[in-house]
Design a protein around this ligand. Structure first.
Ligand code: KG4
Ligand code: ZN
Length: 345
């Protein structure tokens, strides 16, 4: 380790993963520990907020200790503590925020609050050392579907967003309806591999005057109607065909808008981020479209697509470098908007 190295301890607890990581100079992951609560929430078919917060409290010390020990470091070596403070479940966010504040206060370290979605975007810096803003980014997670331009580190301009369900939410709801369980995304992805993406034709929503906005609730309802009709008439539902056809409709909506926006706004690079970025059909669809249009396409490995703290440490690094510092009054902000983070120094 060299004197000038910046070592960020990242902490993430916005939903159902308790995670801590150490990242060197914004791009090199020294450790990335994730304690997932998925098995616990599967029993209830979705994330139960109260259970999530309790589990975060149980796990957070252990996860942070492990992140430091896997990095071969102690808190004495850390430059700053970065933590997700929104958006997310308030009780879950509070656990990470309180822990980060306690560590930063006790060790006299700078505290940097990070926007969870900015973290997802910055996950791309970990494996693509050459990637620098500005670029166009398609963010698809359980709670968000945004088309943004990352203008510079910490500067985002939103050019499109979902009007209703997020892409991940649509995956989860459709999966539940066909009995695939929670979390739906990976299960639909797997089932779709055996299915025909053109077996059923589902509607594509277009919003007048907002060509880069998304809407997935109509698609979700069409799938649910299809299932109900089939059940009422006693027809057999091919889960794999349904999964493949639904997934194909989502991928088409996402890919067409991302490529059109890159062309209209003159960006040569499309970056994919968020939990749904792990979807194999979406990765392939965007890869093919970018090849056709001679655009460069970047996406993280699946482990950095879904929630993790390495992405929070990477985003925290660039916030730290541009002078963002938070005080002991840092609070969880469940509906934090992208680009709302304060620069206090
Ligand atoms: O980014 P993330 O881990 O959490 C949020 O910030 O929301 O995203 C979780 C979402 C869930 O809706 C999950 O079903 C979806 O990402 N997801 C996937 C896949 N893996 C995770 N969706 C489609 N295909 C996948 N392979
Ligand atoms: Zn996330």
């Amino acid at each position: 380790m060299c004197e000038k190295d910046i070592l960020i301890l990242g902490i993430e607890s916005s939903c159902d993963e308790t995670a801590a990581a150490v990242v060197k100079n914004g791009r090199e992951v020294l450790s990335n520990v994730i304690s997932s609560q998925i098995d616990l929430h599967t029993l209830f078919g979705g994330v139960v907020p109260e259970i999530a917060s309790r589990k975060h409290i149980e796990k957070i010390n252990q996860v942070i200790d492990q992140a430091l020990s896997e990095a071969g470091l102690t808190l004495e070596d850390i430059t700053a503590v970065a933590v997700t403070y929104g958006p997310g479940l308030v009780g879950a966010l509070l656990v990470g925020v309180a822990q980060a504040k306690a560590i930063a206060y006790a060790k006299n370290l700078p505290l940097v609050g990070v926007h969870h979605i900015a973290g997802h975007v910055c996950a791309n810096f970990i494996e693509h050392r050459e990637l620098e803003p500005p670029f166009l980014c398609l963010i698809v997670s359980g709670g968000h579907t945004h088309l943004v331009v990352m203008k510079d580190y910490g500067r985002f301009e939103i050019i499109g967003r979902t009007r209703d369900d997020a892409a991940g939410e649509a995956f989860d709801k459709v999966a539940r309806a066909v009995g695939l369980g929670y979390p739906g995304g990976p299960k639909i992805d797997k089932a779709a591999r055996e299915g025909n993406p053109h077996a059923m034709k589902f509607p594509q929503a277009h919003i007048d005057g907002a060509p880069y906005d998304f809407s997935f609730s109509g698609l979700k309802s069409a799938v649910l109607n299809h299932i109900n009709h089939a059940r009422m008439s006693g027809a057999e539902i091919s889960v794999s065909d349904l999964a493949a056809s639904f997934q194909n409709a989502v991928v088409e909506a996402l890919v067409s808008r991302a490529v059109a926006a890159a062309k209209e706004f003159g960006y040569r690079q499309i970056v994919l981020a968020g939990g749904v970025a792990a979807n194999s059909a979406l990765r392939q669809g965007l890869k093919d479209a970018c090849e056709r249009e001679q655009l460069e396409f970047y996406y993280p490995s699946p482990i950095f697509c879904t929630d993790n703290a390495a992405m929070i440490a990477a985003a925290g690094h660039y916030e730290y470098v541009r002078g963002v510092r938070h005080g002991w009054d840092l609070n969880a902000v469940p509906n934090l908007k992208l680009g709302e983070q304060r620069k206090t120094e």
